[in-house]
Design a protein. Structure first.
Length: 88
């Protein structure tokens, strides 16, 4: 699961807008907008959500789940590698 807060934070870490995330993931801009407008966990079609999470992972963002190991605890995101994502 990914929260709307994680999704926006991941985009901020990468320095990309919703349009770029849509291109990276192969989903539409309105889909990204709906996902980010969710309260709490992102709601949507599983395939679209998987595409977005995969795109963020490829771009170097690590999503930290609720019970995943994190020194400070809680959900979040962190950058695995520096550099902007490349849009094909």
């Amino acid at each position: 699961m990914i929260t709307s807060f994680q999704m926006r934070a991941a985009r901020a870490l990468l320095g990309i807008d919703q349009r770029t995330l849509a291109k990276l993931s192969g989903v539409s801009v309105p889909t990204i907008q709906r996902m980010e407008a969710s309260d709490g966990n992102v709601r949507g079609i599983v395939d679209s959500l998987t595409k977005v999470v995969d795109a963020l992972n490829r771009a170097g963002v690590e999503l930290i789940g609720e019970h995943a190991r994190s020194d400070e605890g809680g959900r979040g995101v962190r950058l695995r590698q520096p550099g902007p994502p490349q849009v094909s």
